[in-house]
Design a protein around this ligand. Structure first.
Ligand SMILES: NC(=O)c1ccc[n+]([C@@H]2O[C@H](COP(=O)([O-])OP(=O)(O)OC[C@H]3O[C@@H](n4cnc5c(N)ncnc54)[C@H](OP(=O)(O)O)[C@@H]3O)[C@@H](O)[C@H]2O)c1
Length: 254
């Protein structure tokens, strides 16, 4: 039987790039997002594997519980979890909508955590599994004008690194992918396209190829792109105040 990858946020950007790679390697998939028409289009594009599409707004109460019971009712189980659905918001904290920021925290943090919890229960029964959590370069740096977004991604990195260590020896690996600015719908959704940070975005396919390889190797943390790596490592050694100042100059509109 073929292994099954559950991909959240599969309707565009990184999620869609993951679908292409999994299809190439003959994995069956469960694709989740709100845009069902797009998910059906993607299912029809990859006829060589079995794709199940599930329309779900993951920010709604009980969405993750419902998702896993739908998966169980279809007699499917998850071998690989791609915790990818997420979004950002650009703007001054007090001027951005409190509700939108709260939804962002729900999706980027709570949903990712709950999905990992459900998936690990299934993976432990088989003594194997892979999880890839999509964090961000922002996981390493507090970013003025994206204060809440980067804080959510700092959580993803911290949570995933700890989980990887807890699960060592269990047959389950946890990889954290930390992309910098990349060409997906993210920039438009976050209204961050007109900042210095987004001047030279990486292609979504090159980011995901790096993440996909790292996930199969069971690497803990992967940062695509030399400049992004340099930014992440520099942030570890510079005084925090200087890092915040430096990132503030990248998140200014141009
Ligand atoms: N692109 C970048 O520069 C960048 C950099 C670092 C990290 N990231 C992270 O990469 C991940 C993927 O984003 P992307 O860049 O590929 O952006 P994207 O093209 O906007 O994709 C986001 C995906 O998340 C799904 N999604 C959003 N809200 C959802 C909800 N409430 N319920 C279910 N699905 C939802 C969207 O599908 P529907 O709209 O159909 O629901 C879409 O498939 C995110 O976690 C993001 O934070 C992106």
């Amino acid at each position: 039987m073929r292994e099954i990858a559950l991909i959240t946020g599969a309707s565009s950007g990184f999620g869609y790039e993951f679908v292409k790679l999994f299809a190439q390697d003959q994995y069956d998939m469960i694709l989740v997002a709100r845009n069902i028409d797009r998910l059906i289009e993607i299912k029809n594009e990859f006829k060589n594997v079995n794709i199940t599409v599930i329309q779900k707004d993951l920010t709604k109460p009980n969405a993750v519980k419902e998702l896993f019971s739908e998966i169980k009712n279809k007699n499917l189980s998850v071998d690989i979890l791609v915790n990818n659905a997420g979004f950002g918001l650009f703007g001054q904290f007090d001027k951005l909508s409190a509700e939108a920021q709260s939804n962002m925290i729900t999706l980027n943090i709570s949903v990712l955590t709950e999905l990992s919890h459900h998936a690990i229960q299934e993976m432990k029964l088989k003594n194997r599994g892979k999880i890839i959590n999509i964090a961000s370069l922002g996981s390493f740096q507090p970013a003025p004008m994206m204060a809440v977004y980067c804080a959510t991604k700092a959580y993803v990195l911290s949570f995933s690194e700890a989980l990887a260590k807890e699960l060592k020896g269990s047959g389950i690996t946890v990889t954290t992918l930390c992309p910098g600015a990349s060409k997906t719908n993210f920039g438009k959704v976050a209204s961050v396209e007109n900042t210095r940070m987004f001047k030279n975005p990486m292609s979504a396919s090159s980011v995901v190829k790096i993440g996909y390889r790292a996930m199969h190797k069971g690497s803990r943390v992967v940062i695509p792109g030399i400049l992004n790596k340099a930014m992440a490592y520099t942030s570890k050694f510079l005084p925090r105040k200087l890092v915040v100042h430096m990132i503030g100059s990248f998140t200014k509109e141009i």
